[in-house]
Design a protein around this ligand. Structure first.
Ligand code: FES
Length: 294
């Protein structure tokens, strides 16, 4: 395995972090507000997690400070750049808390191996923020502290990227279903109507794409079955509501999706669920994946 990949994978196996990981999750769940505010922290209005977007603020300001500090050393008369570099370091410090808050909200429902990595990522960023804060009061050592903070934040940020892309914490886990189901081309037969249980969700397939199908009398509604949050099986979840307002709640972390448009109504998911159009003809259920919502 490539050296960097195994280095970034290591924290996911550090079981000694588990008591801390549990406490951090329980504390976040208790302290962070629920409802719309929690949805905002997850990034629901944007349709993707807020935390990585927020992270651009401390990263951008601290790297800009680093460049000004380098120019202050390399460019004749660059000493005047110290003041704006200090201002950028202050901006980095100011943006750390809201960025961390969004990350903390997402952290609560991660798998344990992802949480271990997230703890190390957060510890690195906390150290970076401490160094940036110290630089604001440090006089001659300010440049050194700013630079050290930015380097530490760079390592922590790389680990965060590894957590997102290698360990899939944050990305949409259902985008591929539209393509697996044939890219919306025509309807597929997913089985007899009479084989579906009344009023309870069941799993059916279009090719390799799983669907969560709900029969009520002679009508059928469906949504893709792999939860956008972390891939939970929606057909094992709870159904609520009627008609256009019918919803399914994921059994893993409680994200609630509306069948009719895939919208996320509650829980940690930030991306809507790809939707499914259904018909009943000659006692057979026909379906096609329509979304992801575009
Ligand atoms: S997998 Fe987390 S809410 Fe569905």
């Amino acid at each position: 395995m490539p050296f960097l990949s195994s280095l970034f994978d290591a924290p996911s196996r550090w079981t000694k972090l588990d008591p801390l990981a549990s406490r951090a999750g329980a504390t976040a769940d208790r302290l962070l507000p629920g409802g719309r505010v929690r949805g905002l922290l997850h990034g629901r209005p944007a349709g993707h997690p807020l935390h990585p977007a927020m992270a651009m603020l401390p990263v951008g300001t601290s790297v800009s400070a680093l460049l000004l500090d380098a120019a202050a050393v390399l460019v004749p008369g660059g000493a005047a750049l110290g003041a704006p570099a200090r201002g950028l370091a202050a901006a980095s410090v100011a943006t750390v808390a809201p960025t961390a808050l969004a990350g903390w909200a997402d952290y609560v429902d991660l798998h344990r191996d992802q949480q271990r990595t997230a703890i190390v990522h957060a510890a690195g960023n906390a150290l970076a923020a401490t160094l940036w804060t110290a630089s604001l009061f440090a006089g001659r050592r300010a440049r050194l502290l700013r630079t050290a903070g930015t380097l530490v934040a760079g390592g922590a940020g790389a680990l965060g990227g590894h957590l997102a892309y290698r360990w899939a914490a944050g990305p949409n886990h259902a985008e591929h279903l539209f393509h697996l189901a044939g890219g919306g081309e025509g309807f597929s037969d997913v089985g007899p109507l009479d084989d579906l249980p009344e009023g309870r969700p069941a799993q059916r397939w279009i090719g390799d794409a799983p669907l969560c199908v709900l029969r009520r009398g002679g009508s059928v509604m469906a949504i893709t079955d792999t939860c956008t949050h972390l891939g939970g099986p929606l057909h094992e979840g709870e159904v609520a509501g009627t008609g256009e307002g019918t919803t399914i709640t994921c059994p893993w972390h409680g994200s609630e999706f509306r069948f009719s448009d895939g919208e996320v109504l509650d829980g940690p998911a930030s991306t809507p669920q790809p939707t499914v159009e259904t018909r009943v003809a000659d006692g057979r259920v026909l379906a096609r994946v329509v979304g992801p919502p575009r």
